[in-house]
Design a protein. Structure first.
Length: 79
C-alpha cells in the first residue's frame, strides 16, 4: 500500500511540465479523496496556476489518482 502524507501535494512530471496534485479529504481517515486540485507551475519561478478542480465521487484511491493524472495530462496537451 502506498503511504501518503495527506498534507503534502503529489508532484507529477509530464512533457517537461510539473503538475502539482492536492487531494482534499472529507474526513482525516477517509481512504478516498473527495476532490482534487491540479496546479501547473508557471514560467515565473515559485508561482503556480490552477489548471483543474475535480470533484468525486470516486470508488477508490487508485481510480481518483488515475482520473486526476489523466485530466492533468490532457490539460497540458491542450495548452
Amino acid at each position: 500500500m502506498l503511504y501518503l502524507d495527506r498534507e503534502l501535494p503529489i508532484r507529477h512530471q509530464y512533457r517537461h511540465r510539473e503538475l502539482i496534485i492536492k487531494l482534499n479529504w472529507k474526513w482525516p481517515n477517509a481512504g478516498i479523496p473527495e476532490s482534487a486540485v491540479v496546479l501547473c507551475e508557471s514560467e515565473v519561478p515559485g508561482e503556480s496556476v490552477i489548471a483543474l478542480y475535480l470533484n468525486g465521487p470516486w470508488t477508490s484511491f487508485d481510480q481518483a489518482m488515475s482520473e486526476v493524472i489523466l485530466a492533468g495530462e490532457l490539460w497540458v496537451d491542450c495548452q
